[in-house]
Design a protein around this ligand. Structure first.
Ligand code: AHR
Length: 497
C-alpha cells in the first residue's frame, strides 16, 4: 500500500492561477478557425469568437492567455492588426505553413477574447525584427489613458478606454527564431527594450526571454547581464520545454500510434521538467534569493509528428490519455514549485500541439488534456500544502523507468483540500492510503479520468474520454483509502471537520 502524507497546516506557497495558463499563436488553425471565425461566420460567435470554444475554455477557468507568439511574435508588427479590417495588410505567415495572414485578428480582437474568457492578458513583443519605438508605442496604444498619439489612435479605432496588460514579454526564443542571439547580446537588448515598456497606470509585469530546456548558460548569462537593476526591471524569466517522446526533433513520434515503451519514454521526458525547474531555479536563486523574479514556463507540452495529411507548418496533432498524464505530471510539478514558478502556458490552446480543444469546421471536441485541466482547476489561487507519496518504479526498459505516482495538494480559500494524483503505470493499480496530519476528514469526493493508453476523442465520438465519479473511503482511523487504476488522473476534494 502506498502512503500519501498530507499536512494541511503546513503551507508551502501560493498557487498562482496563472500556473494553468494558455498560449495562442498565429500558427495553423489556433487563432483562425480555432478561436476566431469572424462576425459573419455561420459558426455561432460573439464578436467573431466562436461560442463553443469560449464556453469550453471558460469551464476550465483559463487564467491568462499569451499571444501573438511564439516565433510569430518576433515577426509581428502590431500596426498591421489594427484599424478597419478591409484595410489591414495581407501577408504570408512565412514561419508557419506559408498561408495568408490577413491580420483580421489583432490587438482589439485579442483583448476582446480575453474579456470574454475573463482572463489576464500576456502580450509578447517583438525584439527580433521590431524596433524599440514600435514596442514602446504598442504599450502606449494598449495602456495609456490620456492625450497621446497612440491613445488617440486607439480611440479612433473604437476603443477610448485603455486596456490592462498584465504581462509583457520582451521577445521570444531570442536564442533561436527570435534573432539567433547570444545571451549577453539579448541581455543588453532586454535592458534597452524594457526601459520603454512603461507603466502608464497599473504596472505591466515584464518577462525576459529565458532558456530552451537545459540551456543553463543562457539563464546565467542573461541574469549576469541584466541583474544590476532594481525592482520592476524584470518580473519574470521564461523557460521553454517540450515533451518529445523520442527526445529527437527529427523523428518525434506519432500522437496516436505508440506502444508501451513509447508511453514510458514520454513520461520520462516529461519528468525532466522537475530537473529543469530545480537547476534553472538554482541559477535564479544565486541572483534573486528572495524569488522576486518568477519562472515563467510559457511553452510546455507534447510535440509529436504532425497528423498525416496535414500541413507540416500547422503542428496539428491528436491528444490521448498519454497527453492527459503529461499535463497532470506537469501541473503537479508547477504546483510543487510554486515558490518560483509563477506562470506556465500550455502550447497551445486550440488545434496546435497539446491543445485542450480541437475543431473541424463547426465541430469541436475537448481533448483528454482539457479534462486534466478541468480536474486541476480547483488548485487555482489555493495554498500548496505539505504532501508526499510513496512511489514504485514502473516501466519496461532500463533507463526509462519512472515513479508510478505524482501528486500535489492545495488548500482552497474555503478550507477544502484538493488532491491531484497521476498513475503513470500501464499495468498496476495503486492501492493508496491517505494520512492527514492534525485534522479530521469529514467527507471526500473524487473525479477520475482513466482509460486505455491510446484513448482519445474524435469528432465522430467526442465523448469517448470523459471523467467519472470516483469513490474513496474514509476509514475509522481518519485515513482515506482508494485504489487508483493504471493510466489515470484523479482529483479528490476533502472537507475537513
Ligand atoms: O509553439 C510552437 C513554437 O515553439 C513557438 O512558436 C516557438 O516559440 C517554439 O519554438
Amino acid at each position: 500500500m502506498a502512503k500519501l502524507y498530507v499536512n494541511p497546516n503546513v503551507k508551502k506557497g501560493h498557487i498562482n492561477p496563472e500556473l494553468q495558463g494558455h498560449f495562442s499563436e498565429h500558427l495553423g488553425r489556433c487563432i483562425y478557425e480555432g478561436i476566431f471565425v469572424g462576425e459573419n461566420s455561420d459558426i455561432p460567435n460573439v464578436n467573431g469568437m466562436r461560442t463553443d470554444v469560449v464556453e469550453a475554455l471558460k469551464e476550465i477557468r483559463v487564467p491568462v492567455l499569451r499571444w501573438p507568439g511564439g516565433c510569430f511574435a518576433d515577426e509581428y508588427h502590431w500596426r498591421d492588426g489594427i484599424g478597419p479590417k478591409e484595410k489591414r495588410k495581407k501577408m504570408i505567415n512565412t514561419h508557419w505553413g506559408g498561408v495568408v495572414e490577413d491580420n483580421s485578428f489583432g490587438t482589439h480582437e485579442f483583448m476582446e477574447l480575453c474579456s470574454q474568457l475573463g482572463c489576464k492578458t500576456y502580450i509578447n513583443g517583438n525584439v527580433g525584427s521590431g524596433t524599440v519605438q514600435e514596442m514602446s508605442e504598442w504599450v502606449e496604444y494598449l495602456t495609456f489613458n490620456g492625450v497621446s498619439p497612440m491613445a488617440d489612435l486607439r480611440a479612433q479605432n473604437g476603443r477610448k478606454e485603455p486596456w490592462t496588460v498584465d504581462y509583457f514579454g520582451v521577445g521570444n526564443e531570442n536564442w533561436g527564431c527570435g534573432g539567433n542571439m547570444r545571451p549577453e547580446y539579448y541581455g543588453d537588448l532586454y535592458r534597452r527594450y524594457q526601459t520603454y515598456v512603461r507603466n502608464y497606470g497599473r504596472p505591466v509585469s515584464k518577462i525576459a526571454c529565458g532558456a530552451n530546456a537545459e540551456d543553463y548558460h543562457w539563464t546565467s548569462k542573461v541574469l549576469e547581464t541584466t541583474f544590476d537593476h532594481g525592482n520592476g526591471f524584470m518580473n519574470g524569466l521564461s523557460l521553454h520545454y517540450y515533451t518529445l517522446p523520442t527526445g529527437n526533433w527529427g523523428k518525434k513520434g506519432s500522437s496516436l500510434e505508440y506502444d508501451e515503451k513509447d508511453w514510458y519514454r514520454t513520461m520520462k521526458q516529461t519528468l525532466k521538467m522537475e530537473e529543469l525547474i530545480k537547476r534553472h531555479g538554482a541559477i535564479m536563486d544565486s541572483y534573486d534569493p528572495g524569488k522576486r523574479i518568477g519562472m515563467i514556463i510559457d511553452e510546455w507540452g507534447t510535440w509529436y509528428d504532425v497528423e498525416p495529411g496535414t500541413n507540416p507548418g500547422f503542428l496539428y496533432q491528436q491528444s490521448t490519455m498519454r497527453d492527459a498524464l503529461v499535463a497532470g505530471i506537469n501541473l503537479n510539478l508547477f504546483n510543487k514549485n510554486c515558490d518560483r514558478v509563477k506562470m506556465a502556458n500550455i502550447a497551445q490552446m486550440v488545434n496546435v500541439l497539446q491543445a485542450v480543444i480541437l475543431t473541424e469546421g463547426e465541430r469541436m471536441l475537448k481533448t483528454p488534456t482539457w479534462h486534466t485541466f478541468n480536474l486541476y482547476k480547483f488548485h487555482q489561487d489555493g495554498e500548496l500544502v505539505e504532501s508526499s507519496v510513496e512511489t514504485r518504479e514502473t516501466g519496461l526498459e532500463e533507463g526509462f523507468k519512472v515513479p508510478d505516482l505524482t501528486e500535489s495538494v492545495s488548500r482552497a480559500k474555503d478550507g477544502k483540500l484538493h488532491i491531484t494524483l497521476t498513475n503513470l503505470s500501464l499495468e498496476d493499480t495503486a492501492d493508496i492510503e491517505g494520512i492527514f496530519a492534525d485534522c479530521s476528514i469529514k467527507n471526500v469526493r473524487g473525479t477520475i479520468l482513466t482509460g486505455d493508453m491510446r484513448a482519445h476523442n474524435t469528432f465522430d465520438a467526442p465523448d469517448q474520454v470523459h471523467t467519472r465519479d470516483f469513490d474513496a473511503e474514509i476509514t475509522a482511523d481518519n485515513k482515506v483509502a482508494f485504489k487508483l487504476p493504471p493510466c489515470s488522473v484523479l482529483h479528490l476534494e476533502a472537507e475537513l471537520a
